[in-house]
Every structure is written in C-alpha cells, then in structure tokens.
Design a binder for this molecule. Structure first.
Ligand code: SAH
Length: 276
C-alpha cells in the first residue's frame, strides 16, 4: 500500500499509536503518517525497530532529558503546540494505543485548549497484544467474560490508590496490569487478601511482539519469585486469571516467533522455582 503524502495537514498534531512494538503491527494510517509528517515526537516505548526506521532529521525523542530524567508532560505538550503553530504536521508517536495509559488524553485536552487541531490514530494496545502473542486470550468463553486493564504503578496500600483491587478480585474476570513489574508483590498481595484463589494462574509477558520477547508463568502466590528468577523487567504486562493457564494447551503450535529461545529459558527458570 503506497503512502500518498497529501493527507497530512500542516499545523495539525496526529496522536498516533505505534502498536506493541513489531513494525508489522503498525496500522496503515500510522505508516502513512510516519512517512508524511514533518516531524515525529516519540519516547522509548514504541521500540527501536520502529523509531530507528525514521530518518533522524524528522524525529525528536521527547522521552528523556539529558541526565536521564523524564521529560515533564507539560514540556511535551508545549512542544506539540509550538511545532503545530509553526505550521508543521506533527506525529506524536506513542507505544501501544495512544489513549490507553499513554497520557494521550491529556495531550488531546491540551491541544484542544490551545486550539490546535488534532487527529487520534488508535492502535493495538500491548494490554491485549502482548498476552495474545504469548498464546493468552484476554477473554475466553470458558474462563473469563470480562477483562480489566489497570495500572500497577500505584501503591495499593495507600488509601488514595485509584485501583480497587478488592473489587477487581471479585469480578472473576481477567486482570491485565500495565506498568506493574515493580509493584507486583504489592498488588498480588492485595488480590490474595481480597480472597483470590492461591492457584490463580499469572503470566508475565516481557517485550511482547519484540525481539527477545519472554513469557514467565506462575500463580498469584509464586509469580513474584518467578519474576525475580527470570529477572523480568519493563516493559511487561501481568495477566492474572484463568486465561493465563490456557497458554500451555496451545504453546506447541503457536507460531508467534518473537523470542522462542529466551522464552524457553524463562519458563525453565519458572519451572525449577515451582519444584523447589
Ligand atoms: N499505551 C500503551 C501503554 C503505555 S503504559 C499501550 O496501549 O500499550 C506502558 C506499559 O505498557 C508498560 O509498562 C507495559 O506494561 C506495557 N507495554 C507496552 N509495550 C509493551 C510490550 N511490547 N510488551 C509488554 N508490555 C508492554
């Protein structure tokens, strides 16, 4: 499919999702806009496979400032408005879907408040795609008739925590936690306290759809040790619920080949953890 560059408007911001990382999973609209826009503002989450395919003079990393600290959201917002007002067509490229835990909503509000026209280009969220390529359907007629996407970034013991883990445990549906590697011990404990069965299956999918993807599996009781043993690090999603246990029955024939070798290793680590 060719990319007519007539469909980008000067002075417009495109809030574009990159999908979970595999460039093959970009939308056609995203590819067209990436080719045609004057400038692409991105952070690290879309992954090097997508970012490094863009010419250096048309991309700007707004993820981190010199010294390694995170760029404040206000600075990114201001930069978007500044470029649009200078008449540029601007792609703001975000990992996964721009409106799923991506602060895309805040950027849209800021643009509207500053009378900058924008278009949202939805994408495949890692919340669904990372489990999927690991062989885990987030819903399943026999196992889960609902799914919740939650942030694992907050301290569940704080009263102001916006995530009601007790209510989530009561749904019996699948829980997919984003930004939840670091606080895994906290929210798994909160779910256990809320009465979740100790043998509830849990899977961690690290770098889903990217080279070196790894999957580590356990239960709500063992998963913290599994994480430590396999040294799982962000970006990763945590899938909690019976669907996480269905992976085994399809794994032998699953041909989403992103990181089979590493995957086997992390499962070996998880297995030996379980036998100890
Ligand atoms: N807008 C994004 C989410 C941004 S929040 C989306 O829709 O996917 C960042 C979190 O997304 C990470 O901490 C991780 O939990 C998850 N994530 C993003 N890309 C991922 C990937 N390739 N594999 C696993 N998790 C990923």
């Amino acid at each position: 499919m060719s990319a007519p560059d007539t469909d980008v408007e000067p002075g417009t911001v495109y809030l574009v999702g990159s999908g979970p990382g595999d460039p093959e999973l970009l939308t056609v609209r995203a590819i067209r806009l990436l080719e045609a826009a004057d400038i692409v503002l991105h952070d690290k989450l879309p992954g090097p496979e997508i970012i490094e395919s863009l010419p250096e003079d048309r991309r700007e990393d707004v993820g981190k400032r010199a010294g390694g600290e995170r760029t404040p959201q206000s600075e990114i917002n201001e930069r978007l408005v500044e470029l649009a007002r200078a008449g540029k067509s601007v792609v703001r490229l975000k990992g996964g879907d721009p409106f799923v835990f991506g602060r895309g909503g805040e950027e849209a509000e800021y643009l509207a408040a500053h009378e900058v026209p924008f278009e949202v280009v939805p994408a495949i969220t890692a919340a669904i795609a990372a489990p999927a390529v690991a062989g885990i359907p987030v819903t399943h007629r026999d196992h889960a008739s609902s799914v919740s996407f939650v942030t694992g970034h907050e301290d569940p013991t704080k009263p102001e925590s916006a995530v009601d883990w007790e209510a989530l445990a009561a749904t019996g549906g699948t829980i997919v936690v984003l930004m939840g590697v670091g606080r895994l011990p906290d929210y798994t404990a909160a779910l256990r306290e809320a009465g979740m069965a100790p043998d509830t299956p849990v899977a961690l999918v690290e770098r889903g759809t990217r080279p070196g993807q790894r999957v580590a599996t356990g239960t709500i009781e063992t998963i913290v040790d599994v994480r430590d043993e396999a040294d799982i690090s962000p970006p990763a999603v945590t899938v909690i619920g019976d669907v996480a246990g269905t992976r085994e029955s399809v794994a032998d024939f699953l041909r989403n080949d992103y990181g089979a070798a590493a995957d086997a290793e992390s499962e070996a680590a998880a297995d030996s953890e379980g036998e100890d």
